[in-house]
Design a protein around this ligand. Structure first.
Ligand code: G3P
Length: 216
């Protein structure tokens, strides 16, 4: 499973971009707003930091023509931009049109399997089901990941299943078990993936024993 970092914070992206564990970046208008920068500048800086790895940049237009033009503009920032469009009929039309021009599209705000099926048929490079937001309303976001995996496999769709709204290390494990292609994870959760108290205790004990074993 690939790891994308879900943030527009430049310092966090720098931290992860230095490792081969990072496979890409996703942003959205809320994350861009939190970064304090302007959309195009922030996306350009992120694209430069991560080399060839994909960076999702979201449109804010909702009508077909303005959304398409905005998508083209975002795609023009760098060759690794993936244009993110909402899962609406207009978004699906724009997904089709941008994909036909060779621009990869991430269809976002997916909350059910039919939406994911439509996005795949529209040629999406990525589908982004929001698992945490489904959990928030008492549903099980991971069930959606499993359903989409099964449907995509049934028909051989190549759209990558990108689990979003990932809130915990447990979510990450569940995404991997359910066959997500990608999990996009906030920096705070990404950092926690390496942690286990028994690892810390074990390391402290090995280091203490190594010090004791040294010749005086
Ligand atoms: O990738 C989508 C993500 O940013 C939304 O996460 O936690 O706001 O539901 P959240």
């Amino acid at each position: 499973m690939k790891f994308f970092v879900d943030t527009a914070e430049i310092n966090a992206i720098k931290e992860f971009a230095a490792t081969s564990l990072l496979d890409g970046v996703t942003t959205n208008p809320t994350l861009i707003m939190k970064s304090g920068g302007t959309h195009e500048d922030v996306i350009a800086e992120i694209c430069q930091l991560v080399g060839a790895r994909p960076v999702s940049a979201e449109v804010i237009s909702t009508d077909i023509e303005p959304m398409f033009n905005e998508g083209k503009q975002l795609a023009g920032i760098a060759s690794n931009v993936v244009v993110k469009v909402p899962l609406t009929w207009n978004g699906l039309r724009v997904c089709e049109n941008l994909s036909r021009e060779g621009i990869p599209v991430n269809v976002t705000l997916c909350f059910n399997a039919n939406q994911a099926l439509l996005a795949a048929k529209a040629g999406a490079a990525y589908i982004s089901p929001f698992i945490g937001r489904l959990d928030d309303i008492g549903l099980d976001g991971i069930d959606l990941i499993s359903d989409i995996r099964e449907i995509y496999d049934n028909y051989g769709f190549t759209t990558q299943l990108l689990a979003a709204s990932v809130r915990s290390p447990h979510h990450v494990t569940q995404c991997a078990l359910a066959g997500a292609d990608v999990a996009t994870v906030p920096p705070s959760v990404l950092r926690k993936l390496c942690d286990h108290p028994l690892t810390d205790i074990g390391l402290a004990s090995f280091l203490a024993d190594a010090a004791r074993a040294r010749p005086a």
